[in-house]
Design a protein around this ligand. Structure first.
Ligand SMILES: *Cc1c(COP(=O)(O)O)cnc(C)c1O
Length: 231
């Protein structure tokens, strides 16, 4: 099943790239494996997946220990400061940094472990009350502050768009995140690049790619529905 799902997603990515003159290599497909057992991640791995996304620190670390070391782990969920120390050295990219205090903690742990941590800034682009993320109007200032911290590197922006059955409704938010990233890039802040735009999930990744996504985070579309009761 996972093989077929992956093929479908990759075909979709191919089609959008062809119709928008973008390169397929410019899109990283992150298999969002939260709540899924290691056996299913292994199946995805056999089918070529090397980028996996998790939203809980403990679950990411458990899976990190049990799966091949060439996997690139993406932390995509809300991160508490007291869990940061467990994560450093195990993640390829932390997508969900939305406060200076969290960035400070990441920086502190990275210095301790003599490593550099790559992060994205999570933006609450649709101004939803229920969502994490910095507000668009505060994003540039937050980036300026974080850029001064040692051993932490901002690589771009991430957003979780509103849940919808109609993917076109999120186009405006993806476009807004892209515009924000272009705006920040034009400011040429030291130690900051805007190479990554992490946006688009199972229901709307084709629209996200059309609007400039470089990383898409697909869970249900690869692994099927999540069953939170049994996990
Ligand atoms: C769960 C999750 C996804 C994947 O959602 P699907 O709709 O299952 O593709 C993507 N991004 C984040 C931040 C998530 O928590």
């Amino acid at each position: 099943m996972i093989g077929n799902n992956l093929e479908h997603v990759k075909n979709q990515i191919n089609d959008v790239c062809n119709s928008t003159q973008r390169k397929v290599q410019g899109i990283t497909l992150i298999a969002v494996s939260k709540t899924k057992p290691v056996s299913l991640l292994e199946e995805a791995y056999q089918n070529g997946c090397r980028d996996f996304g998790e939203n809980k620190v403990q679950e990411l670390i458990d899976k990190y220990e049990r799966l091949p070391k060439d996997i690139r782990w993406h932390m995509i969920g809300h991160l508490q400061r007291n869990k940061v120390k467990y994560l450093i050295g195990k993640t390829y990219l932390i997508h969900s940094v939305d406060s200076y205090r969290l960035a400070e903690e990441i920086s502190r742990e990275a210095v301790k472990k003599s490593t550099e941590v790559n992060i994205l800034i999570e933006v609450n682009i649709a101004l939803e009350d229920t969502k994490f993320g910095v507000l668009p109007k505060d994003t540039c200032e937050l980036i300026r502050q974080i850029s001064l911290l040692p051993n932490i590197k901002i690589n771009g922006l991430m957003t979780v768009a509103p849940y919808t059955d109609e993917q076109e409704t999120n186009r405006q938010y993806f476009a807004a995140l892209r515009d924000l990233s272009v705006d920040i890039k034009s400011k040429n802040i030291d130690n900051v690049n805007m190479n990554v735009l992490s946006m688009g999930m199972s229901g709307d990744y084709t629209v996200a790619i059309q609007e400039g996504a470089t990383m898409i985070r697909v869970g249900t579309g690869i692994f099927g529905e999540r069953d939170y009761l049994n996990n």
